[in-house]
Design a protein around this ligand. Structure first.
Ligand code: SF4
Length: 298
């Protein structure tokens, strides 16, 4: 049952991180209008199963009035709300307090700050820390999302039978699959037979972008809410008949590539690396399900 909606308020971002699933960056757009936000929230209400709405991006604070108005609408509709930001706006704790006070007054259950080497290449940049401190001073529940660059451990794991293991927490989809995989050890493609990270059969959460795409995974769309309202999309979703989710459920990325008749490499870093690479090749055949094209760096 779908209980969480992640609104990709914009694909624009202050940064262009190598590990970004959605290829976000300063040159991107795809920003909701207030009218689109209102329409989305009405559709979420009509669905009747959602209890929490997340605002993320891209960097949602780049469109601060829109973020505030969206939050106001979400709270008025009776949903819990959460925000993810890189904290670029907190040039001091005092400044951070000014940005966060209106958000605190509307009420959020979680404020997550992305803070790691990808988001903060300058180690002396303290804005994420200031944002966290300001949130804590206001009593907003606050967390940190921190992803380490990929590292290779020579230690065997049971799963990979004596092969080096790639660590660090990066999922190799989106820009990460293109920028961070060179030089990493690969696993034989025949081993990559599941989707280990998303519940494609019955998702509990989806991301929605301003184009209307409902993402089962970044760039893998259930359908478009500007063409078919969310309640109809969700109730009509048959994972096994979905041209991308179906093969992934039947046998992971190797099945997706085989059913699609794709010529692929012998090995990939992980399931997501294989899946993303196959999906990008399938994009011209299934543009309505592999959307938006920005999720593939296009
Ligand atoms: S295997 Fe594919 S669908 Fe599953 S989480 Fe990875 S990229 Fe997403």
């Amino acid at each position: 049952m779908l209980t969480g909606i992640h609104i990709l308020l914009t694909l624009k971002c202050t940064n262009e991180c190598d590990h970004c699933f959605l290829h976000c960056g300063p040159s991107r757009g795809a920003t909701f209008t207030i009218g689109q936000l209102r329409a989305l929230i009405r559709q979420v209400q009509a669905l009747g199963t959602v209890n929490i709405v997340y605002f993320e991006g891209g960097e949602p604070f780049l469109f601060y009035p829109l973020l505030l108005e969206g939050l106001r609408m979400v709270r008025a509709a009776g949903f819990d709300a959460s925000i993810v930001s890189n904290g670029y706006w907190a040039t001091s704790v005092e400044d951070g307090l000014h940005w966060l006070r209106p958000i605190h007054d509307l009420g959020i259950v979680d404020f997550s700050v992305s803070d790691d080497e990808f988001h903060r290449p300058d180690k002396n940049d303290r804005r994420a820390e200031f944002a966290r401190q300001a949130a804590q001073q206001l009593g907003i529940p606050t967390g940190t999302i921190s992803i380490a660059p990929p590292s290779v451990s020579p230690h065997a794991s049971e799963d990979h039978r004596g092969k080096p293991v790639v660590g660090g927490g990066v999922l190799f989809k989106g820009r990460a699959a293109e920028k961070l995989t060179p030089g990493l050890p690969v696993r034989p493609r025949g081993e990559l037979t599941t989707c280990p990270h998303e519940d494609l059969l019955s998702p509990e959460r989806v991301h929605v972008d301003a184009y209307g795409n409902v993402h089962l995974c970044q760039g893998l769309s259930m359908g478009n809410i500007w063409e078919k309202p969310l309640p109809d999309l969700v109730r009509g979703y048959d994972a096994q008949k979905h041209p991308i989710a179906g093969p992934l459920l039947r046998g992971g990325p190797i099945r997706l590539a085989t059913e699609g008749g794709l010529a692929m490499n012998d090995g990939y870093v992980d399931e997501c690396d294989f899946c993303y690479t196959a999906r990008k090749l399938l994009l011209p055949r299934f543009p309505q399900y592999l959307a938006p094209k920005e999720a593939y760096g296009l």
